[in-house]
Design a protein around this ligand. Structure first.
Ligand SMILES: Nc1ncnc2c1ncn2[C@@H]1O[C@H](COP(=O)(O)OP(=O)(O)OP(=O)(O)O)[C@@H](O)[C@H]1O
Ligand SMILES: [Mg+2]
Length: 259
């Protein structure tokens, strides 16, 4: 196992005066991709928002460490500076700011990369439009990835990167995520995609309901969150299969086996 990048310890988080997370612990090492499953309202978005440190998510107990450093009380921009990136489930529309202006900040002056990634994500024409204004669901998700690719974080938190995205564009998003993670993708006869680690450094936590993105990005570990607690951990494909076959009720039975 590589260096531990992200460590979440017994995290309790309150939002709008209500406890949403009640003792979540999680550890992600460099090179690893973890999938996070859970029903609507279980606390998935709250977890990654608290890891990024957004103000309305109040940590009442526990802590968040990144590369061994406690970051629980740091503002979001300090966490981003240390190498944590996020793609939002529902990012805001930003009138008056063009996508190009936003991604230029992420690109740190590398205009060549900006054009190349925008072309790969079919977003060249969107660069001169206001951020997310009138973007389709799939375009919003690709614009999030464009920012992340240019920001080049060490740890990415992806909140439903494939929701509302058509199958062809899920493949495109999958390639972009693999690129982001430094994973080389090679097709193989018996599997749609095989992801091979080029450099075992970057890590991801991917929230997904359908698991479609996991056909393109190989996940190493899965977690199920129920009512603000991790109810089950294990092989992400097995977890997904169980949820599809038996629903989330079955996940409660994993409590005893969770490590
Ligand atoms: N700003 C807020 N004010 C009040 N309640 C909130 C706020 N943000 C989240 N919540 C509540 O916290 C709970 C968890 O929300 P969260 O967005 O983390 O769920 P989720 O697991 O991401 O769900 P989904 O699959 O629908 O995206 C929900 O009951 C939600 O209504
Ligand atoms: Mg959510």
């Amino acid at each position: 196992m590589g260096e531990t990048l992200l460590k979440v310890e017994d995290l309790h988080v309150e939002v709008g005066g209500k406890e949403v997370l009640s003792g979540v612990s999680l550890e992600i090492a460099s090179g690893e991709v973890h999938a996070l499953f859970g029903p609507n309202g279980s606390g998935k978005t709250t977890l990654i928002s608290a890891i990024l440190g957004f103000e309305e998510y109040k940590v009442t107990k526990g802590r968040v460490l990144f590369r061994g450093e406690e970051i629980t009380d740091l503002p979001p921009y300090e966490r981003a500076r240390r190498g944590i990136g996020i793609s939002f489930q529902r990012p805001p529309t930003v009138r008056g700011v063009k996508l190009r202006q936003l991604v230029e900040l992420c690109a740190k002056g590398d205009g060549r990369l900006l054009e190349e990634y925008a072309r790969k994500l079919n977003l060249l024409e969107h660069l001169d439009r206001e951020v997310n204004v009138g973007f389709s669901g799939g375009e919003v998700k690709r614009a999030e990835l464009l920012q992340l690719l240019l920001q080049d974080p060490v740890m990415v938190l992806l909140d439903e990167p494939e929701s509302g995205v058509d199958l062809e564009n899920i493949a495109l998003i999958g390639r972009a995520i693999n690129h982001l993670l430094g994973r080389k993708v090679e097709p193989e006869a018996d599997k749609p995609i095989k992801a091979v680690l080029r450099e075992k450094r970057k890590a991801a936590l991917i929230i997904t309901h359908t698991g479609h993105i996991l056909d393109y990005v190989e996940a190493d570990r899965g977690h199920v969150i129920l009512e603000g607690r991790i109810a089950c951990r294990g092989n992400p494909r097995e977890i997904l299969y169980t949820i599809k076959e038996h629903g989330y009720d079955e996940c409660f039975r994993c409590f005893g086996r969770a490590d």
